[in-house]
Design a protein. Sequence first.
Length: 262
Amino acid sequence: MLSELAYDQFGESNTGIPLVLVHGFPLDRTIFAPVAPRLASSGLRVLTVDLPGFGGSAFPGDFSLEDLARRLRGFLTQQGLTPFFLGGLSMGGYVALQYHRLFPADLTGLVLIDTKSSDDTAEAKENRNRMAEVARREGSKPVARMMFTKMLGETTRKSPGGPAIEQRLMDIMEHCPAGTIASACIAMRDRADFTPDLHRSDVPLLMLTGAEDVIAPPAVGREVASAARRGTFVEIPGAGHIATMEQPERVAAAITAWRRSL
Ligand code: MLT
């Protein structure tokens, strides 16, 4: 399997331990474009990566979460990046938690955004199967429409910049290939409950949750942080599920403050 993945780099390469950011579903690395330069200006080197099949990274055939974590590791090792902070938004958080399960020694810290550590309920698994089927039968657009209603908070939707964010998000989702969507649904359906790993781990964890996130709400984020031995929870006001696009300044400030506190 090729380990080349599409990525963007922000900041200098000689500025200490980097932060690698992994996007959610059915998205790509550009959801971090508003946040990464802000983090870089605080002295952090940031790498935003497209998972296999998403954005500019080629689809490798059907994958599991473990395949994604191993592929990410191959790529980051090739880049000479370890150790690093690993961050993920939503599905990217599942990949980060899977990576943490497999390779905790690579990680200086975990930054989880709008995500959860638990596995899917029986009902959620059924929904994954349905969404995979819709993607296979009808393509990406109906899936984009299904996801769209839950992605952004009301504050964003009503703000002057809201329509541009909505348009950008819809474009990203509609361009996600249907095969990638179907495979990701099954990979997320079959993911483990990562909560027990957090009880055992000494890796510092920052959990950020948009106050208006309806997919992984603040109560869930609080539980993730309190499951971790070294967990910190920060609620991001005015954000829904894609806090990095909705409130990039607040997200960058929370990550910077946490990193400096370590
Ligand atoms: C995501 O944003 O990555 C997805 O909403 C995650 C999920 O569906 O569990």
